[in-house]
Design a protein around this ligand. Structure first.
Ligand code: GTP
Ligand code: MG
Length: 151
């Protein structure tokens, strides 16, 4: 099954949304295979958001993402990368549908609560998992409901 990298950003942590966000993925049927509560270094921020280097919002983005702890996670399931992006909603919460995480909990583009690997960027999920986790920090196990979750 596919794995994807997900992170509750510092604003989501500060606003007490870790549990709510984990619950949504868990109830959907996605399987948590890795989790790390950590503060991102400036160096890691530059690597993680390298695609945005040079853009006007880049410095602010790095400052924000390193400002407090984040909840970094790996979730596994059928089509996990795309499913997570759909549940997150549009990048700008102003455009996110109600029912999505950003549409329910965000208002501002620069404070959009959650990150998930880009489905359109092939290999982003693998790259980002590698950046945050060692292989031995990821768990291989079966959830008891898996036989009823998939055809
Ligand atoms: P991430 O999951 O954080 O990567 O968001 P995304 O993939 O939906 O969006 P993208 O990778 O394009 O942008 C990364 C982050 O930069 C976004 O989540 C926003 O917080 C921020 N960002 C993107 N575009 C802008 C912008 O035009 N202005 C500002 N202030 N922030 C932006
Ligand atoms: Mg992105």
């Amino acid at each position: 099954a596919e794995r994807t990298f997900v992170m509750v950003k510092p604003d989501g942590v500060q606003r007490g949304l870790i549990g709510e966000i984990i619950s949504r993925f868990e109830e959907r049927g996605l399987k948590l295979v890795g989790a790390k509560f950590t503060q991102i270094s400036e160096e890691l921020a530059h690597e993680h958001y390298g695609e945005h280097e040079g853009k006007p919002f880049f410095d602010g983005l790095v400052e924000f993402i390193t400002a407090g702890p984040v909840m970094a996670m790996v979730w596994e399931g059928q089509d996990a990368t795309r499913q997570v992006r759909t549940m997150m909603g549009a990048t700008d919460p102003a455009e996110s549908a109600p029912g999505t995480i950003r549409g329910d909990f965000g208002l501002d583009l620069g404070r959009n609560v959650i990150h998930g690997s880009d489905h359109a960027d092939e290999g982003a999920n693998v790259r980002e998992i590698d950046l945050f986790f060692d292989e031995d920090e990821l768990q291989d196990y079966e959830r008891i409901d898996e036989t009823w979750l998939y055809e």
